[in-house]
Design a binder for this molecule. Structure first.
Ligand code: PEP
Ligand code: MN
Length: 337
């Protein structure tokens, strides 16, 4: 249930509604916009309905939300969009974020060099996996906490905020202290315990779309984080499984348009995992920007063919720099917010 307050509602009236929602055991999530305040009431629908909040002083109207995502929905923010500020780098709104770096942190030299090069080419954030969700248990699993230390060092040295994947509940607190953005990989999109734990920390969460997830399931996964109190979620389209085998996944760029319609959260695109082939990364990156994505996630490696994971899709330094130059010529459609 969404309670839309009148533009003239006073602070006491807003608090009065919050108190009444809480009095029936439901949770109240106020969102204070420039014009109006909207209060999301999350809990037993019947209990909240019985409060008969229509007619309460300061209340404009009460809107039921039938979707499994509520606080993440466009309705909740009343047309306003979430813009995150990560150490001065904006994600969402009219800005275009470029997250680049290796699939996996492999060594000190590889990590520091890549961070410097992508920064000089114009990347706004640096990524690298310390814990890797590999399909085979015999594949390289990442350097773990040592890898995270290297990533943080590279971030500090290059001046770029860092993004890394968190795979388990017991990693959340420690990773939240070190990394600027915590990534939830496609394979963990519906790890609800992990999502709930991430909802309790004050760190942005980059939530990748599950391999076979619908957009509705993806938004419902975001809702797990937001409902716990952490509103800082970035959605990332990274391709889904289809019958098509020419590419590693099928990059669903229409998801960008759908998310922008249904949610106030920023949405970025990962054409590296989306295609799995480095020669397709640039065209899909241009397309993502033109489609209105709020940014990109691109894998880059000093010697792509030798990368310990995702070699086929990693760009060389030169390829990444060329892509950055080309992107500048592609009009983004984030002007719409
Ligand atoms: C990654 O970003 O390296 C990764 C493992 O991504 P995904 O979860 O989308 O497969
Ligand atoms: Mn990867």
């Amino acid at each position: 249930m969404m309670i839309v307050m009148k533009p003239t509602a006073t602070e006491e009236e807003i608090q009065g509604v919050i108190d009444r929602i809480q009095s029936v055991g439901a949770r109240a999530h106020p969102s204070r916009g420039d014009e109006v305040t909207v209060i999301g009431a999350i809990g037993d629908r019947e209990h909240v309905a019985r409060l008969e909040l229509e007619g309460t002083p300061g209340v404009e109207r009460v809107v039921p939300i039938l979707k499994p995502y509520k606080l993440s929905s466009t309705q909740f923010k009343h047309g306003e969009r979430t813009v995150l500020d990560i150490a001065g780098r904006k994600i969402g709104g009219q800005s275009f974020a470029l997250i680049a770096g290796p699939c996996t942190v492999e060594s000190r030299e590889q990590t520091l060099e890549t961070a410097r090069v992508v920064r000089d080419a114009g990347a706004t954030l640096f990524r690298g996996g310390a814990y890797k969700p590999r399909t085979s248990p015999y594949a390289f699993q990442g350097l773990g906490w040592d890898g995270l230390d290297l990533l943080v060092t590279a971030g500090r040295e290059s001046g770029l905020p860092v993004v890394t994947e968190v795979m388990a509940v017991d990693q959340v607190q420690r990773m939240a202290k070190a990394a600027d953005i915590l990534q939830v990989g496609a394979r963990n999109m519906q790890n609800f315990d992990l999502l709930r734990e991430l909802g309790k920390v004050d760190r942005p969460v980059l939530l990748k779309r599950g391999l076979s997830s619908t957009i509705e399931e993806w938004l419902a996964a975001a809702e797990y984080v937001v409902a716990q109190g952490n509103q800082q979620v970035i959605l990332c389209e990274r391709g889904i499984r289809t019958f098509e085998s020419a590419t590693r996944n099928t990059l669903d760029l229409s998801a960008v348009a759908v998310i922008r319609e249904r949610s106030h959260l920023p949405v970025i695109v990962d054409p590296s995992h989306g295609t799995g082939q480095r020669r397709y990364v640039a065209p899909m990156a241009w397309a993502a920007r033109a489609a209105g994505a709020h940014g990109l996630l691109i894998e880059v490696h000093p010697d792509p063919d030798q990368a310990l994971s995702d070699a086929d899709q990693s760009l060389s330094f030169d390829q990444f720099a060329a892509l950055m130059r080309q992107l500048a010529a592609v009009p983004g459609s984030t002007a719409a917010g």
